[in-house]
Structures are given as C-alpha cells and as structure tokens.
Design a protein around this ligand. Structure first.
Ligand code: SF4
Length: 182
C-alpha cells in the first residue's frame, strides 16, 4: 500500500540534515481511508523517541480537541510537514521543508482527503498560502484543488499561550458539524 511504502522511505530518508539528529523518523499515522487529515509542523521529543506523531502533551491536547469536533483520533490521519525532529524543537528550515515536501504530497495523493487541517503557521503557509496569517485566518476554510483546507493554531502553541486554548477549542467546536459531514 502506498502509505506504507512512503513510511518505509521516510524511515530510511537522508534527504536533509535532520536525519543526522533524529532518533526515529515520524511518517504519520491514521487509516488509509481517512477523509480528514491534520498536518503539524514537525515531530517533538516524544514523537522522535516513539516514531509516532502527536504523542506528547500537544498530542494529548489534539486528541481532546478532536473530541470537541465530534471526531476520534483513530478516524483521522495525522502527520507533519517535516518527518524528522528539528533539534530543540526549532522551526523547520525552508530547505528542510522543501526536501520533505514530496512525502507529504504523496501522502495527500494516496489519501485523497476531503479536508486538511493545518496546525500552526509553518504548516498553514506550506500547504495553503505562504503569506497566510494564522492569527487573522485561523478557522477560516478555503478550497484549493478540490480539497478544503482549514488553518488552525498548533496545539503546542496553545499549551504555551493559554489564551489560545479557548480559541482553538471554539474553532474545533464550530468546525465539528462541517468536519463530521465529510
Ligand atoms: S525531515 Fe524529511 S527530508 Fe529530512 S531526513 Fe527526515 S524524512 Fe528526509
């Protein structure tokens, strides 16, 4: 299956410098027929240790947020724009995002999701619009090439900036009926 083939390539990938500092690459996970995809920025420490996406504190918050939208985590596909952890959780560099982009493009092509929720500015600017402002455009859906994209704050940002949590909860609650209808 294509998603498994992509995951095997990711685990062996040395296309950018992040391969030198990773413990495990994190290809992504979720059902092959998921109609909703969540795309974050990159693996954190826990994700790097376990080779699975969103398993740390931000992952716990994401699971809670999914419930606000009436979704369960096993229903959605979750990945990141770079599959290996940037050291110290820094933002991925443009050349790292570019090197990894083909994996994400192929995952999207394999899944053919109806909706892609981008988590945080880097993922939103990579997949939706390089000039996108997450503070102005969070929760606002737009359709590109037959896929509906919804930029959201990253759960990790909401953990560090408490005022963002109710905003993210409200976006997820408001999107719930829309996402569930997909
Ligand atoms: S971040 Fe992406 S391109 Fe870079 S080594 Fe990991 S899988 Fe390869």
């Amino acid at each position: 299956m294509e998603l498994e083939a992509i995951a095997a390539e990711v685990r062996a990938c040395e296309k950018c410098g992040l391969c030198k500092t990773r413990t495990h690459a994190v290809p992504g996970e979720g059902p092959a027929d998921a109609s909703i995809m969540f795309v974050g920025e990159g693996p954190g420490q826990k994700e790097d240790e376990q080779g699975r996406p969103f398993v740390g504190p931000a992952g716990s918050l994401l699971s809670q947020l999914l419930l606000k939208a009436g979704l369960r985590r096993p229903e959605v596909y979750i990945t990141n724009i770079v599959k290996c952890r940037p050291p110290g959780n820094r933002e991925p560099l443009p050349e790292e995002v570019a090197a990894c982009r083909d994996f994400l493009t192929r995952q999207i092509a394999a899944l053919q999701p109806k909706v892609i929720c981008t988590l945080g500015r880097p993922a939103s600017q990579t997949l939706i619009d390089p000039t996108l402002s997450i503070s102005r455009e969070h929760g606002v859906a737009r359709t590109i090439g037959g896929i509906t994209y919804v930029p959201l704050y990253h759960p990790a940002a909401a953990l560090h900036q408490q005022p963002l949590q109710p905003v993210l909860v409200e976006d997820m609650r408001r999107l719930g009926p829309f996402l569930k209808g997909r």
